[in-house]
Ligand binder design. Structure first.
Ligand code: AMP
Ligand code: MG
Length: 391
């Protein structure tokens, strides 16, 4: 099993670490559901007309029919039509007992002021039957679902004006590197702008997570330790970028060891982005991402995101699409899973874009997916199938 697959197994076993809170339905979008949503009634709750037309008995479809009343959506029929009788009915209105067919207005002709006739005796029945969408007590949405637009509609339809969701974890982001300056500054020789914080904050925001504290620190062991410990007090997660590797000033793993954090992994088996730590102490989690922007992006997308979702009790499985290669891919070493920025088009064709490696974040501006190159695979030929993950 690849290191990356081992990590996915570890992630699946992480506990649900965050509690539950109740929010108003309007605030539930993109939160994680922490209760099963159960139907309190059948849907539709009554036999409902699918058309504007006339409700009658199918056996009378070829006859002239007496029109007894008009039933509007929202009202309930009072009269039960008998032989050669019908009611005029609107879309969404309840079909009267005894009627097993609705023929459309377009399929009707007036016989006189009180009678109509169906001009299409082969009409469909045009009835949505009670309980055909779901039945009372059915589980409509399972606990752990990430609430998207359809779930919002189903929650509303099932009467969930308040919804149990996972409490929002408190997250601090610390960008480390003595070379970093804020985006508003012009870097002096040897310096670069901090792009990882903006990148990471947006990845978290896409998960509907907010960052409580954003810090940028030089590679100074004492300063990093002190600031980290302070940030930890008000955080459930601390996410570092930079200093994750084995360079002279890569202090993050060392600090975590000194603070007796338990390591779940310290490398990922993906390229770019091998050095990454995931550690925990007393229910607080620390994620140490690489400094290189593409590495950090890939580590978050492929590993940190599923791990955070797991800890939040979400059933998350990233979308992967099987496409066809529009170019030949080759690499010398195949000892890690590679992720390569690519473009996948509407036909599923995967095209190459210029990419120089882990620092080349600009390449991702035109990419819309990451190509996954499996372990021990050196070449993927033009026309072969391969998996991509949409970005
Ligand atoms: P590190 O992981 O600290 O060894 O950093 C690897 C590379 O990523 C170096 O070239 C850093 O300058 C760059 N880097 C580190 N942190 C950031 C950041 N916050 N924004 C942009 N580049 C970074
Ligand atoms: Mg560094």
């Amino acid at each position: 099993m690849s290191k990356f697959d081992q990590i996915q197994e570890i992630i699946k076993k992480l506990p649900v670490a965050f509690g539950v809170e109740e929010v108003a339905l309007e605030d539930a979008y993109n939160r994680i559901l922490r209760e099963n949503v159960v139907a309190d009634m059948d849907m539709p709750p009554f036999h409902k007309s699918a058309m504007d037309g006339y409700a009658c008995r199918l056996e009378d479809i070829e006859n002239s029919l007496e029109v007894l009343e008009v039933i509007q959506a929202g009202s309930f029929p009072k009269i039960i039509p008998g032989k050669n009788q019908c009611v005029k009915i609107m879309t969404g209105a309840a079909v009267p007992n005894g009627c097993d067919c609705v023929f459309k207005v377009e399929d009707s002709e007036e016989v006189d002021s009180k009678h109509v006739k169906c001009t299409n005796p082969k009409t469909a029945k045009n009835i949505c039957y009670q309980g055909e969408d779901y039945q009372k007590n059915e589980v409509l949405i399972e606990e752990g679902t990430i609430i998207n637009t359809p779930q919002m509609a189903v929650l509303a339809g099932a009467g969930y004006s308040r919804v149990k969701v996972t409490k929002q974890p408190l997250i601090s982001v610390i960008a480390t590197g003595s070379e970093l300056v804020e985006p508003a500054r012009t870097p002096k020789p040897g310096q670069i702008r901090n792009s990882n914080t903006s990148q990471l904050v947006s990845q978290l925001r896409q998960m509907n997570l907010r960052v409580v504290d954003k810090l940028m620190l030089a590679d100074d062991f004492e300063l990093l330790t002190a600031t980290f410990l302070k940030a930890l007090i008000n955080s459930d997660f601390v996410i570092f970028t930079g200093g994750a590797s084995v360079g002279d000033f890569d202090f993050i793993p060392e600090i975590l060891k000194e603070q007796e954090f338990k390591f779940y992994w310290d490398n990922t088996g993906i390229k770019p982005g091998n050095p990454m730590t995931f550690s925990e102490k007393k229910g607080k989690y620390v994620i140490g991402l690489s400094g290189n922007p593409v590495s950090s992006l890939a580590q978050f997308e492929m590993i940190a995101k599923p791990a955070i979702y797991q800890l939040m009790g979400a059933n998350y499985s990233p979308l992967r699409i099987l496409g066809a290669m529009a170019f030949d891919f080759t690499r010398k070493k195949a000892d890690r899973i590679a992720v390569i920025p690519v473009i996948i088009d509407s036909e599923g064709l995967i095209s190459e874009i210029p990419f120089h490696g882990s620092a080349h974040i600009n390449a991702l501006v035109s990419a819309n997916a990451l190509l996954e190159v499996p372990l021990n695979i050196n070449t993927i030929k033009k026309g072969d199938n391969a998996h991509v993950r949409p970005l």
